[in-house]
Design a protein around this ligand. Structure first.
Ligand SMILES: N[C@@H](CCC(=O)N[C@@H](CS)C(=O)NCC(=O)O)C(=O)O
Length: 211
């Protein structure tokens, strides 16, 4: 059985969608980041950076194995099950490119945009402008890719789509005041959001954890 340490956020949902897609049984271990539970020593032992998501695979060949960082979690589960990441060739490296692009670009930039534009009571016009422009630039990159390809890695749905989906949804919900308009004007992104969001595993994964 796998333990999933998560919370109701885009990064957490990447891992729950993946677990639903590959069909491995798992136990949800909620980590309430609003109550600072990410700093509990028992969680830090699993996730040394004090961030969700993380997993512990209690059935790993050498004994219980913990994995933190959403990208590593998705690659681990894909390789454990042989699903959603091509073993070689173009689709494998396209998937790893878009996965890395999400982790190095969209995740941090959308996270900072949420902090400065939505959550912070003190508003810094320069920070909001900087992260809005960069967020919009990243969405244009996503849109161009999805105009040329049905899914991010190519013809097939993969971990690249799973890692990018929850933060793109956040652009239409939590970040709608700053990114909603630009996403509405992107038919390729909306076609992809509908295709990915229509998958039953994605719907189940987006509802984890129940809080
Ligand atoms: N690069 C990390 C980012 C994870 C992350 O930022 N998680 C947030 C929730 S969305 C978190 O745990 N925040 C708690 C904190 O910052 O103290 C990943 O992709 O797993």
């Amino acid at each position: 059985m796998i333990d999933l340490y998560t919370w109701a956020t885009p990064n957490g949902r990447k891992a729950s969608i993946m677990l639903e897609e590959v069909g491995l049984p798992y136990t949800v271990r909620p980590v309430n980041i609003g109550r600072q539970e990410q700093f509990d020593p028992a969680f830090v032992a699993v996730s040394p950076n004090s961030k969700i998501p993380a997993i512990v695979d209690n059935d790993a060949p050498g004994g219980p194995l913990s994995v933190f960082e959403s990208g590593a979690v998705l690659i681990y589960l894909a390789e454990k099950t042989g699903k959603l990441l091509a073993g070689e060739g173009d689709e494998r490296y396209k998937a790893l490119e878009w996965l890395s692009w999400q982790l190095g670009g969209v995740g941090p930039i959308f996270g900072q945009l949420g902090f400065f534009a939505i959550r912070s009571t003190e508003k810094s016009a320069l920070a909001i402008q900087r992260f809005t422009e960069e967020g919009q630039r990243l969405l244009n990159v996503l849109d161009r890719r999805l105009q040329e390809s049905p899914y991010l890695a190519g013809d097939n749905y993969s971990i690249a789509d799973i890692i990018c989906y929850p933060w793109t949804v956040a652009g239409t919900t939590y970040l709608k005041p700053v990114l909603g308009e630009i996403i509405e004007a992107m038919p390729a992104v909306n076609r992809w959001l509908t295709a990915v969001g229509g998958r039953e595993a994605v719907k189940r994964g987006m509802a984890v954890p129940k809080v």
